[in-house]
Design a protein around this ligand. Sequence first.
Ligand code: P6P
Length: 340
Amino acid sequence: MSNNKLVTMDEFTIQETRKFPQATGELSTLLRDIGLAGKIINKQVRRAGLADILGKHGATNVQGEEQMKLDVYANDTMINIFMNSTECAGIASEENDDHVCYEDTYSANSKYVVLFDPLDGSSNIDVNAPIGTIFAIYRRVSEIGKPCTKEDFLQPGNKLMAAGYVIYGSSTMMVYATKIGVNGFTLEPSIGEFCLSHPNIKCPENGKIYSLNQGNTSKYSDGMKGYLDYCMEINKEQGRPYSHRYIGSMVGDLHRTLVKGGIFIYPADKSSPKGKLRLQYECNPMAFIVEAAGGAAMCNTGRILDIAPTELHQRTPIFIGSKNMVSKAMEFVQEKEVVA
Ligand code: P6P
């Protein structure tokens, strides 16, 4: 691959598939479908201030969260794209109570299911801050040829086949991880293609940024407060405190953490004993990506990817990013009991 040649995401996934003779190309097709969904959603996000698509949808989702018009648009787009994909047996979304099975012949004979948060951080839409689509791809455990089942969507993160996100920021990028690595593709609007821009992303082992909603400090555990004090002390190696950055949009905060290093934390607190972020379509996909890039992703009692899910919309505390920073944070907050 020459240095000055634009490599589209489709070309890249085909080249990657050729490295595995037994690969069938189905996962590449699914990733291409997700890229198409990202481009369609991007088109509306980029003109949100002009179209009647800003503001509230006037309903709440299964989380009890007020839906924005773009939330609903993004969710409908993702559901339709996967319904028409030949490689997806069903989906689960942050915006839907339960999973959705596609029962046409193609879909029933597909071997993958997809979980997603169609537009994470949507409360930031009206202030033009980065937002994103998060996705997680599992091989189904139910019988191929029959409708997918709840068990397909309650697999632990260590069974993920691929995961990624589309970030609608200063540029639009699609970042995805498979077991062999993490790669980033920037949308070139003039040709409408995601093109390889961040090959083989590695999360630095150390970083200088800690990221969390410090306004919740009064509700944190003593261990968490102790870690915050550590972050704000003069940092011995650098001779100055860490920097604090918080966008309030998980995809934006995680993308910075992945590329520059640092730690992102949404811990448990007195009002959210399990934390706020969802395991199956926010924390697990992000943990898969960051671990594939050499980082770490923990909750108070172990690896995020090892949590055995019991409910589709369950939450988990999360400490994710540079592995040495996550390890230091665990010294302050890790509980010894094993998660049930
Ligand atoms: P808080 C956005 O609403 C979101 O789900 C994540 O994208 C983000 O990391 C988090 O919630 C922000 O939560 O409580 O700090 O506003």
